[in-house]
Design a protein around this ligand. Structure first.
Ligand code: SF4
Ligand code: SF4
Ligand code: FES
Length: 220
């Protein structure tokens, strides 16, 4: 099988073509090099930054979804958690500002949006927080995996995803108790989605997982 040479934290690693950075590290006996959780693009543990040899701009990514490419340099980028702020019922921009006085520090640099592996429009959502469009903000952060990369790259320490989660939790805290949870499950749809995620070669499966996480659906 064809192999590619990459570096992880300055150490050479050989990966099979199409393999993710995490799987290459496992095969090389270097599992401890990058923090790892679900290995499915869900938990946000395996944050990295990546540089390419051909002049393409570097980027942030998840090591469990990032396919190794010849000459790629990978740097572990663990993001420390920050204390959470308790949600408040009936949230609005004023309450959000009190909870997170960092809200108005945003300089609209766009780094958070570029850093997000889930393609969430993070900067636009921060602007929506400022103008009290909190129901849209809650939608924006639906696919957030709490990796913290948007916070990590923000030089103004705005903490976008912590605010997004505060909004979602606060809207949730405003709902009355659910008397009956009725979940409509269509078995054919579930079957189609599992087939989509599990079939194909490893590269296709990774691409399907990434696409599914970003859009919440499958490509027909
Ligand atoms: S990285 Fe920070 S300052 Fe830049 S757009 Fe995002 S929240 Fe605003
Ligand atoms: S919004 Fe921030 S914490 Fe959430 S997935 Fe995107 S980068 Fe990660
Ligand atoms: S290990 Fe969970 S997102 Fe990569």
């Amino acid at each position: 099988m064809k192999t590619v040479d990459i570096k992880v934290a300055g150490k050479p690693v050989q990966a099979r073509e199409g393999e993710t950075v995490i799987h290459a590290l496992w095969a090389a006996g270097m599992a401890e090099s990058v923090k790892t959780g679900c290995v499915g693009g869900v938990c946000g543990a395996c944050t990295i930054t990546v540089r390419f040899p051909d002049g393409r701009p570097g980027r942030t990514d998840l090591a469990c979804l990032c396919t190794a490419e010849e000459g790629m340099e990978v740097f572990p980028c663990p993001v420390d958690p920050v204390p959470s702020v308790a949600p408040q019922a009936s949230p609005n921009a004023g309450k959000l500002r009190t909870a997170y006085p960092t809200l108005d520090r945003c300089t609209k640099c766009g780094s958070c949006t570029s850093a997000c592996p889930m393609s969430i429009p993070v900067m636009d959502s921060v602007l929506r927080m400022q103008s009290d469009q909190l129901s849209v903000v809650a939608e924006d952060f639906t696919t957030c995996i709490h990796c913290g990369l948007c916070r990590f790259v923000c030089e103004d320490r705005v903490q976008p995803h912590n605010m997004g989660m505060w909004v979602r939790r606060s809207i949730g805290a405003s709902l009355g108790p659910l008397k009956e949870a009725v979940v409509a499950v269509e078995p054919e749809q579930v079957e189609r989605e599992w087939k989509y995620l599990l079939e194909g070669n490893p590269t296709e499966r990774i691409n399907h997982a990434r696409q599914f996480r970003n859009s919440g659906g499958i490509e027909e």
